[in-house]
Design a binder for this molecule. Structure first.
Ligand code: FES
Length: 159
């Protein structure tokens, strides 16, 4: 399957979309390249061996198909990993199931990597992130001042 087709299919069948109540970590980022935005919610659980691992993750994106596809893959990929294991995943690893991304789509996967960093290591704030990490407001609320400059694609489905 070609990368473009893989991206389209992954975006159309994306999983874990929507806000998560009582998340332990939230990361919101915006791309300076294209104005797209992405927010990740992460919930942890404690394993019997004492490890604290990611139980589940969800995302909301006002972004392109590639960002949606990679975010969906990432929310599945990080499940069962510790925060440091999840942080070790590069944008290439997160997007690997889609094939090699075209150069103009590489930043879409980087946006997802940055959202992970914003959620799990906010002290190392992603360079392109200009978005407040306040969980009090929704992603839609945060878009209000920037409307007109940003593409908006609402993904209300949670699964
Ligand atoms: Fe900007 Fe994909 S085009 S995140």
């Amino acid at each position: 399957m070609e990368t473009t087709e893989a991206i389209e299919q992954a975006a159309l069948s994306s999983k874990n979309r929507g806000e998560m109540a009582h998340a332990d970590a939230i990361g919101t980022v915006g791309s300076e390249n294209c104005g797209d935005m992405l927010r990740l919610w992460i919930k942890f659980k404690d394993e019997k061996d004492g490890r604290r691992v990611i139980d589940k993750a969800s995302f909301q994106s006002f972004g392109c198909q590639t960002a949606i596809a990679v975010a969906s893959l990432a929310t599945e990929m990080i499940r069962g990993k510790t925060a440091s294991e999840a942080l070790a995943l590069s944008s290439q690893e997160l997007a690997a199931p889609l094939g090699a991304l075209p150069p103009m789509k590489i930043h879409c996967a980087q946006l997802v990597e940055e959202a992970l960093q914003a959620a799990l290591a906010p002290e190392k704030k992603a360079p392109s992130s200009k978005i407040s990490q306040s969980p009090a407001s929704t992603l839609v609320d945060q878009l209000q001042p920037a409307q007109g400059k940003i593409k908006i694609r609402i993904n209300p489905r949670t699964s």
